[in-house]
Design a protein around this ligand. Structure first.
Ligand code: DQA
Length: 148
């Protein structure tokens, strides 16, 4: 079965509490549950990780080399700062879909740059929790193409 690794970066554990006027009132568990359900429909095996630590994101990406076929990554604040995450993605070479809940281009200038964007297979943003579901569908498509 095709394996998809989902990595939620820093502060996404606080969804529901964190700036609800920007991020909404849903919780991370709600997103994860909806993804698990869609993954079943698409016959994808999901592994979901949330961490607030940059090094842990790097290590999770490194380990994905033998454990996943596609990565769905919301690097959150590290999107805009992390060369280390970019390097890990380059090293591992797995197709990666960058996800954001919000449209970062409609926000502060410092959010307009993403280190991940240059290595991502594609980017989905601005649709709230649906960004993740759209990313999962995109992952399914990527895998069905690569499986022939
Ligand atoms: C985010 C956007 C980032 O700019 C921000 O730092 C986040 C969340 C999003 O999902 O919209 O933490 O990645």
């Amino acid at each position: 079965m095709n394996r998809v690794l989902v990595i939620h970066g820093p502060n996404l554990n606080l969804l529901g509490i964190r700036e609800p006027e920007i991020y909404g009132s849903f919780k991370l568990e709600d997103i994860n549950q909806d993804m698990e359900q869609l993954a079943k429909e698409l016959a994808l095996k999901l592994q979901i990780v949330q961490t607030n630590h940059e090094g842990e994101i790097v290590e999770t990406i490194q380990k994905a080399r033998s454990r996943a076929d596609v990565i769905i990554l919301n690097p959150a604040g590290y999107t805009h700062t992390s060369v280390a995450i970019l390097d890990a993605l380059r090293a591992v070479g797995l197709p990666t879909i960058e996800v954001h809940l919000t449209n970062v281009y409609a926000r502060e200038n410092f959010r307009h740059h993403s280190y991940v964007a240059g290595v991502a297979a594609g980017r989905i943003m601005g649709f709230g929790p649906d960004s993740y579901l759209l990313a999962l569908r995109a992952a399914g498509k990527l895998l069905s193409v690569s499986n022939g």
